[in-house]
Write a protein that binds this ligand. Sequence first.
Ligand code: SAM
Ligand code: SF4
Length: 334
Amino acid sequence: MADPGRTALTDALGRRISYLRISVTDRCDLRCRYCMAERMTFLPRDQILTLEEIALLADLFIARGVRRIRLTGGEPLVRRDIIDLVRRIGRHVGAGLDELTLTTNGTRLAHHAQALADAGVRRVNVSLDSLDPERFAHVTRNGDIRPVLEGLAAARAAGLAVKINMVALKGVNEDEILPMLHWCDDQGFDLTLIETMPLGETGEDRTDHYLPLTQVADSIRRHRALAPIPHRTGGPARYHAVDGLKARLGLITPLTHNFCADCNRMRMTCEGKILMCLGHEDHVDLKAAFRQGGLPAVEPLIDRALRLKPAAHDFRIGAGAAPAVRRHMSVTGG
Ligand code: SAM
Ligand code: SF4
């Protein structure tokens, strides 16, 4: 429950911060080409916050007025005992926290879907860039689509609302976008398309596959009318109703249309760094302070982090351009 004795989280531009994304691990069982390099060096375990530390910090953020928390990674469901953390944070749902959600690649969702629902999770975002097993294996560098499809079925059976996240990739899955929208509609899912962002070295040039969503939306409109709707899920996606379909179409357009003016988000990395913007390196490190001085040592650092929030990110993708930030999305938490 928000603590009335504490000041709410408001940045220097007056933006109220109510949404926290927590990356619970930098590890993953897939290696999506736009996200990770084929060979990744993961952080040593002692540099990663324990689940207990994450839970205590989440309590503090909720006391400071955070209303939505999304657990992400890396792949959150590969972290051992993750459901303990979900249960622990889930206790706040309806009592200070409006929503606890998760972004997952779905490979372990069949195993965890019911436990997530029982712990208070109502919605999950599942990343799926292709329904074709070979393409899926290509994009994820050898991933198997079958457990993901089983995970999606289990999520539906557990009563979880599902949104599919699909990174739009020129020459890779652009021909699958409309079929994916129809498939989501059949399954009772929503679909959000994402522009590939220049985060971290992946060993591949993202310019080759960058697909502006303005272009994608135009090609969808040739088949079905799109109408902007006010539906929001707290994140950066802007939604459209699709003529003749129940599935809503979300567009996340960090490159063609930045959405910073009403950004309400902050991120905590699995190392306990607070990032106020996905596109900037500035951060405040909570871990050392927390391990030495507990929560009282952390509070002033959170206020310092608020002052660091920039007005906007500045992503550019161009031939040979270096990533906007060196951190991979898997460390920051997507
Ligand atoms: N492993 C989980 C998953 O894939 O859903 C959660 C973490 S992943 C980093 C979160 C989201 O970020 C995924 O939907 C993924 O497609 C997206 N993502 C990763 N790297 C990206 C990039 N460079 N540009 C755009 N989206 C990216
Ligand atoms: Fe893993 Fe998610 Fe990154 Fe893919 S996008 S490599 S599933 S963290």
